[in-house]
Design a protein around this ligand. Structure first.
Ligand code: GDP
Length: 431
């Protein structure tokens, strides 16, 4: 689905407008259980068009570094969005900060729709009209609070949505890989190493166009599209050290990728932030490889503790292939290609309905669902609803215990493997 980024300086009403757009006509906010709180992109719909709305407004306003943050926000929006929705405050008029955003936006070729917010009455319409001076075309007067004008704004937005979003794979194009991890784990170093090892950042494969924030890099003998490498190369994140943007960039890279290489610093204790990123990848349903980097910095004692941390904290992700690497020395970097391929294979696996039901029959005969208040829900039939990641729909004679569903998930893995991929099991009770 195409991505719309909502951009603008603090207090212009971005979040209110986002809520307004999502709230209209029951536009869907998908509240997927387990999704991290930092989530800032929402599924939205208008006139039958689905799109993803990204709220880039999560930072508090402070005077210092404002200009840098605004540029950063706009740059991020450009690199990750198909369309930018710029929100300005009609009651204030255009400010230097608005103009700074516009300058950054103009350098991109992304369509921009201009919303002049806080237009609560007819007088506001005149104020809104002064926003023509931003040079972005017609300003759409809206009142995010009251809902005024938001229909026209959404119509304008839909009109410029591309048919095929840049985030969607081109049929037959290279596989999309994201290198993710907390700051300073060695993401940029790994990218540089990969690009150097094979002496090739491929800039062009016939018939494919790559988003300017991505790079084609060969690993082994396969060409991959590495996602948002501009973010890794330009070190945007450290420029302001703003964690919010790092997290937004990570989420957007994960969503655009088919397979994620999650980098963890082996020389330091595994942290909550590492686990959050692993969880983001799993929740997004992407294939995953875990690379423990800076292996050159580990001694025997550190490695001993690392294994204990991995057993204790990373156990839930033990299905992901693991590689111990050093981006600095190049150790094991050549094994990443194989791990990525294995993960993608697991991600694409299809199990025939016959095999699946034979498995379910054996399993439920040996381990039936526990009886609860006199009832025993049974699995009537199962089928693999999709792959990428493997997703199973089980039709049952009643609601199943979460614990039992997890048990089935575990057994599915034991029987069929699914290396490197999350597995989803959906229960569809039939009355
Ligand atoms: P990023 O923020 O994840 O992109 O991390 P960088 O690639 O910028 O690396 C952060 C720091 O860790 C830099 O000083 C790198 O030189 C260093 N570094 C990266 N990988 C390794 C490694 O394998 N071994 C060692 N010793 N240092 C590394």
């Amino acid at each position: 689905r195409p991505v719309v980024a909502v951009v603008g300086r603090p207090n212009v009403g971005k979040s209110t407008l986002v809520n307004r757009i999502l709230g209209r006509r029951e536009a869907v906010v998908q509240d997927v259980p387990g999704v991290t709180r930092d989530r800032v992109s929402y599924d939205a719909e208008w006139s039958g068009r689905d799109f993803v709305l990204v709220d880039t407004g999560g930072w508090a306003s402070d005077a210092t570094g404002m200009a840098a943050r605004i540029a950063e926000q706009a740059e991020l929006a450009i690199s990750t969005a198909d369309v930018v929705l710029l929100v300005v405050d009609a009651t204030v008029g255009t400010t230097d900060e608005d103009e700074a955003v516009v300058r950054v936006l103009r350098r991109s070729n992304k369509p921009v729709v201009l919303a002049a917010n806080k237009v609560d009455d007819a007088r506001g319409e005149i104020e809104a009209a002064t926003m023509w001076n931003l040079g972005l075309g017609e300003p759409f007067p809206v009142s995010a609070i009251h809902g005024r004008g938001s229909g026209d704004l959404l119509d304008a937005l839909i009109a410029v949505l591309p048919d095929r979003p840049s985030s969607e794979p081109q049929p037959g194009g290279p596989r999309r890989v994201a290198i993710v991890g907390k700051p300073n784990v060695g993401k940029s170093s790994l990218l540089n190493r990969l690009a150097r090892t094979d002496r090739s950042v491929v800039s062009d494969i016939s018939g494919t166009t790559v988003d300017p924030v991505d790079e084609l890099v060969t690993v082994g003998r396969t060409v991959y599209q590495f996602i948002d490498t501009a973010g890794l190369r330009k070190r945007v994140k450290e420029a302001s050290g703003h964690e919010y943007y790092a997290s937004l960039r990570t989420q957007s890279a994960i969503e655009r990728a088919e397979v994620c290489v999650v980098i963890i610093d082996a020389s330091e204790p595994v942290s909550d932030q590492d686990l959050r990123i692993l969880t983001m990848v799993r929740e997004a349903g992407r294939a995953m490889v875990v690379a423990y980097n800076k292996w050159d910095l580990t001694d025997e004692e550190r490695r001993y503790y690392l294994e204990r941390e991995v057993d204790r904290d990373v156990q839930a992700f033990a299905w992901a292939p693991r590689v111990n690497i050093s981006a600095l020395s190049g150790r094991n970097v050549d094994r990443l290609g194989k791990a990525i391929e294995t993960a993608l294979e697991g991600w694409e696996t299809r199990i025939s309905t016959g095999k699946l039901n034979a498995f379910l029959g054996r399993l439920t005969a040996a381990h039936p669902h526990p009886v609860r208040s006199g009832k025993q829900p049974r699995i009537l039939f199962g089928t693999q609803a999709h792959n990428c990641p493997p997703t199973f729909a089980l039709f049952t004679s009643g609601i199943m215990d979460q614990g039992y569903v997890r048990f089935i998930e575990r057994r599915l893995r034991e029987d069929f493997g699914f290396t490197g991929t999350p597995v989803q099991v959906e229960i569809r009770p039939r009355e």
